[in-house]
Design a protein. Sequence first.
Length: 244
Amino acid sequence: MRALTVFVIIGMLFVSAAFPDRKPEIASSSEDEFTFVRLKYRGRRSIWDIDWPASDRNFIFQLRKHTNINVSSKEKIVDINSKELFHYPFAYMLEVSRLILTEAEAKNLREYLLRGGFILVDDFHGGRQWKQFYKQLKKIFPKREPVDIPISHPLFHCFYDIDELVQIPGAGAALRGKTYEKRDGRPARCLGVYDDNGRLMMMINFNSDLGDGWEHAAEDFYPRERSDMAFKLGINAVVYALTH
């Protein structure tokens, strides 16, 4: 898999956010194009396409607006068992408590990640959903464990400086004035799975819903500071994936 290179430009992202004046510059290649990939999977009443397409396209819009990464204007749906996945350095999947992997699918994802791919996992909540996801994760990496990513990690500082992990609520929780969806669905955690060289392969957002933060960013009921953070986390994830 050929990694894309990027040159990132700092600017104002949202009305409520403030940003530092400078960031490291990375050489760009005009011939490269980044495509936001959403993974399609099978499972218990699979809803791999929830929030789509608004969530993906709102995120793509912000990624194009606030970086000079050459970003495709439209997302791409890729099956988790497809070799086409290996053409893309970054992929997004959500509602993973419904995921059920076959041996072939787990092998494909394992090979993709170990060969340099990056998966952003999102939108599952509470102890029961964690156990369901963890069972499938162990099919991919039987001997690797997810661990909390420290806030000092480059993931949180490669574009925007993120010094605190806040919970990104789903739309239903936001409408109720809450940030959590399940009684045991807090605090927010951001966990990672690393390769043997210490590269982060998976960013696992547990008890948070970045997708709803992207989808509902322009709606009055959704808290602006939470959607701001959802975009920041997503953009940092893309920049990290393209530069590590």
